[in-house]
Design a protein around this ligand. Structure first.
Ligand code: GLV
Ligand code: GLV
Length: 320
């Protein structure tokens, strides 16, 4: 019998099909609706492999029921939705999708920064609402990006790709990270800074740090109060790195100038979310790596990792 792979979202059949020779593959019925807990438990209990989304909570109680599970292939570079120690205890491999999404996510992050600084979304909405009656010198006037200081918190692959883009805009780039990246300092001309010092100097503070116990709510009241009043905060990593209430207060009290957010503490958010009411905030629905090319590559990489692990080999992009 073929190993059983369960995919927790409906994915394009063209990408899945070649793997049906090797595996018995079942998928959740919907592309846009997440799997419910009951179905996730039922499938995880018997599957040899699961291909999961960042919106699935793969916790200890779920993994304790798994009888045959050998790999969890997460369709994301982040894996904070998976209890790694529970997976480790049961000898289950966890893989993610780094590298294939690096440039795409850096593009979105820079686009969000630009959109926020130049009020792109607000300006488009303005014209759609029929409000453009006259040209005016300061109509939708934003802030410059070129020659400003970018502060990257979380200098992984995506951070480095963002720094390369920023250099093209003649920006000065500071970064903060657990460990220093001397090679990036040399090749990209970026400078290491302590977290507090980066916050005090940057015109654009961009969070690209993974969500861990150490990074959770690292952007709190204290952090926002250190930022310049003219500075913008951009988050393209995980919403829980930010104390959203503190961010909201920093914005309404004009302690910072604006924010661009691709991620939120509790996703999805609905139209009643207080941050959406602020004109200086640009919100996106967690689309950092969302291009057709990259999503296809991410799915393929998950399937390759599953094929490797189920044939006794090591995953290409192993978390544990
Ligand atoms: C998306 O947020 C990812 O982690 O890939
Ligand atoms: C994050 O994990 C990155 O690749 O930057």
């Amino acid at each position: 019998v073929k190993p059983y792979l369960y995919v927790t979202r409906k994915l394009p059949e063209e990408i899945i099909r070649p793997f049906r020779r090797q595996f018995d593959i079942q998928m959740w019925l919907y592309e846009e609706k997440p799997i419910n807990r009951e179905a996730l438990e039922r499938e995880t209990k018997h599957a040899d492999a699961i291909l999961t989304m960042l919106s699935d909570q793969i916790d200890r109680s779920l993994l304790e029921q798994a009888e045959n599970l050998k790999i969890i292939a997460n369709l994301a570079v982040g894996y904070d939705n998976i209890d790694l120690s529970a997976a480790k205890d049961r000898g289950i491999t966890v893989s993610n999708t780094p590298d294939v999404l690096t440039e795409t996510t850096a593009d979105l992050t820079f686009a969000l920064l630009m959109a926020t600084a130049r009020r792109i979304v607000e300006a488009a909405r303005f014209i759609e609402q029929g409000s453009w009656n006259n040209w005016a010198p300061f109509l939708m006037a934003g802030k410059d990006v070129h020659h400003k200081t970018l502060g990257i918190v979380g200098m992984g692959r995506i951070g480095e790709a963002l720094a390369r883009r920023a250099r093209g805009f003649s920006m000065d780039v500071l970064y903060h990270n657990r460990s220093r990246h001397l090679q990036a300092e040399e090749s990209l001309g970026v400078h290491y800074a302590e977290f507090e010092s980066l916050l005090e100097q940057a015109d654009y503070v961009v969070c690209l740090a993974p969500l861990t116990e150490e990074t959770k709510h690292m952007f709190d009241k204290e952090a926002f109060s250190r930022m310049k009043k003219s500075a913008f905060f951009i988050n393209a990593s995980r919403g829980k790195n930010v104390d959203e209430k503190a961010l909201y207060h920093a914005l309404i009290n004009e302690e910072i100038a604006g924010a661009g957010l691709d991620v939120f503490e509790d996703e999805p958010i609905d139209s009643s979310h207080p941050l959406l009411a602020l004109q200086q905030v640009t919100c996106l629905p967690h689309i950092g790596s969302a291009t057709i090319e990259t999503r296809n590559r991410m799915i393929e990489l998950c399937l390759e990792n599953i094929a490797l692990v189920l044939s006794g080999k090591k995953a290409k992009t192993l978390v544990i």
